[in-house]
Ligand binder design. Structure first.
Ligand code: HSE
Length: 399
């Protein structure tokens, strides 16, 4: 099978390396040789092994009937979307790590792949090396997924771990994550929670079988967290993680991304550094945990490369993926019930005691009053605190 790679960045070069280094192993698993015929990139890489495969014109790949599977590792929506759509329409399978593309156009691209009896695979778009897309699509096929709760961004988890365990400041930890190849080109996608938002939209769409629009998912990043917040977390015997969640409750479906206090009793507590952890709860299966390297060149490239092998095994046969284009209506997040940890000025302590029936006070930092409150809707929480200045508030995870 001849393949092409679109984009020789961190992940694309990792895929190239894996096909170079593990050709024999891949041949055994795929049942045939898989040759990288082209690599598309704007740049030249003189003297590197990729040099001979480099092309600068997408048309060479699109027009080559011998190329039956294409890896898309360019990132971003355009031109990736136009390229991938054309390739599928022309009867080539596509494997991608591009969560922006999948979150926005996944349903449409899957439908084209189905009609063309090709495949559109995107295991690496969530959780790096962790197999989570295929298990959700296949292993839970007789179950109903009622909850997904996870740490799905390696960069923010790396930053929070460094801030919490090593007392590093935000900027130093971010620079380290960027150096290690974990962060997006624009790190605000990581630290503002947008990357995690797209990933939970993908998982929720697969879990529910209909399109979850990432633009409708309430998203908070980690930029407002300070070392004081992490100090409180340590005092409470918890850590702070950026949690992406989808929760079904009766007829309601909630999806959110926000930093949360995670206790030692949660399997997510021990998910540190660039590792991701995703808890999936099935109505019948109960809770299942997926854990592994969530970002980085070779772990992510390994997942893309395995998708290519899957394409080789399924030539001319579409593997069904349940994600229709019909948009799922998320429930108004104001109705979501959460537990909160709250910091206010010490002067507001009496007002807090007045407006809340039951709170648990937490030993405060100087000049502050801190407390936790349980089982309160987002609406009631905002209403009760509308006339009090909040220094920060962090939701508490109960999973
Ligand atoms: N920037 C992403 C992360 C890369 O840190 O998780 C993997 O999707």
């Amino acid at each position: 099978m001849k393949i092409a790679i679109l984009g020789y960045g961190t992940i694309g070069s990792g895929v190239f390396e894996i096909f170079e280094q593990n050709a024999a192993g891949i041949r055994k698993k795929a049942g045939e040789d898989i040759d990288v015929k082209y690599v598309l990139d704007l740049r030249d890489f003189p003297g590197e092994p990729v040099e001979k495969k480099l092309v600068h014109d997408f048309r060479i790949i699109a027009d080559d009937a011998e190329v039956s599977c294409v890896v898309e590792t360019m990132g971003g929506v355009e031109p990736a979307y136009s390229f991938v759509k054309e390739l599928l329409l022309r009867g080539k399978s596509v494997c991608t790590s591009n969560k922006e593309l999948v979150a926005k156009h996944g349903a449409e691209l899957l439908e084209i792949a189905r009609q063309k009896k090709e495949n559109f695979f995107f295991e690496a778009s969530v959780g790096g090396a962790i197999p989570v897309i295929r298990p959700i699509n296949e292993s839970f096929s007789a179950d109903e997924i009622v909850e997904i709760c996870g740490i799905v961004n390696g960069t923010t988890n790396y930053i929070l771990t460094k801030m919490c365990d090593d007392g590093e400041d935000f900027a130093t930890a971010l620079a380290e994550a960027q150096e290690k190849g974990y962060a997006e080109r624009n790190p605000s996608a990581d630290v503002e929670g947008h990357d995690a938002c797209r990933k939970i939209a993908i998982l929720a769409s697969l879990a529910c079988g209909s399109h979850v629009n990432y633009e409708k998912i309430y998203t908070e990043g980690i930029t407002k967290l300070t070392t004081v917040d992490l100090g409180y977390a340590r005092k409470l015997g918890k850590s702070i993680k950026l949690i992406a969640q989808m929760r079904k409750e009766n007829e309601s479906v909630f999806a959110t991304v926000s930093p949360m206090l995670v206790g030692t009793g949660s399997p997510l507590f021990a998910v540190n550094g660039v590792y991701n952890g995703i808890l999936v709860k099935g109505r019948f299966s109960g809770q299942i945990m997926f854990y592994g390297s969530g970002a980085g060149k070779l772990p992510t490239a390994a997942a893309v490369s395995a998708d290519v092998v899957e394409c080789a095994r399924n030539q001319g046969k579409n593997e069904p993926v349940f994600w229709s284009g019909k948009e799922l209506q998320l429930t108004d997040r104001m109705e979501e019930v959460n537990d909160f940890f709250v910091r206010v000025n010490a002067a507001d302590a009496d007002k807090i005691r007045e407006v809340f029936d039951k709170i648990t006070e937490v030993a405060p930092a100087e000049g502050e009053f801190a407390f936790t409150v349980k089982n309160i809707s987002e609406r009631d929480f905002i209403e009760k605190l509308k006339s009090i200045k909040i220094i920060n508030r962090i939701r508490i995870l109960n999973v």
